[in-house]
Design a protein around this ligand. Structure first.
Ligand SMILES: *Cc1c(COP(=O)(O)O)cnc(C)c1O
Length: 197
């Protein structure tokens, strides 16, 4: 489980960390940086899961361990160039857009192979897997169909020779469907910390 701590204050993150939770995810760079600094003593693992504009890549490359929202070659190249060489490679999930309707973030399935090849060739990045945020769907059958489509793409990349170990899908409202379809990392905010105000 990745604990999504956006809008959650530092003392509450400390409380959850005291129970043994080590991996936390944030969506907004400006909010995350002071929290990461405050919590430095705990040596937590920080995942960036929000939309990533080019002008924010440097801060993310400097302060995070993982990025789940890489969907363009430009952002991947910038993260590689800006990752400090004394840090381990930045772990990368490619965000894929499988429900084309409203959500515009994420790469098209047709572009995934080329993106995976690019990231694999960048030494300051380490390709770990895929991330998806399907359209909300109250129907568990519909949820599972979307997650299954992401899992199919994940297996397609593995069959093409990419050594992937992370399928980041499922949030508070659809985590059961995501796990049933092979998620390896659910991103949980509300179900852990309560409603965001
Ligand atoms: C906020 C957020 C989550 C957590 O959502 P909940 O419904 O509160 O569990 C997961 N993933 C991403 C990318 C988010 O922005």
């Amino acid at each position: 489980m990745l604990a999504i701590s956006k809008t959650v204050p530092v003392p509450l993150i400390r409380e959850i960390a005291a129970y043994g939770q080590r991996r936390f995810g944030e969506s907004y760079v400006q909010e995350a940086l002071p929290k990461i600094t405050d919590l430095h003593d705990l040596r937590l693992e920080w995942h960036f899961v929000g939309p990533l504009q080019s002008n924010k890549t440097r801060a993310v490359a400097n302060h995070f361990d993982w990025v789940h929202s890489v969907s363009t070659a430009k952002v991947a190249r910038r993260l590689h160039e800006q990752r400090p060489p004394d840090l381990p490679p930045l772990n990368i999930c490619l965000q894929v857009n499988i429900s084309h309707e409203a959500s515009k973030s994420g790469a098209d399935a047709a572009d995934l192979l080329a993106l995976a090849q690019l990231v694999t060739g960048l030494e300051h990045l380490k390709l770990r897997g895929l991330m998806a945020i399907p359209e909300p769907d109250a129907d568990p059958i519909g949820q599972r169909e979307r997650f299954r489509a992401v899992h199919d793409l994940y297996q397609m990349l593995q069959a093409a020779g990419f050594a992937l170990d992370t399928l980041s899908m499922g949030m508070s409202g659809d985590l059961e469907a995501a796990i049933a379809e092979g998620s390896t990392l659910v991103r949980i905010g509300t179900a852990l910390f309560g409603e965001r105000s």
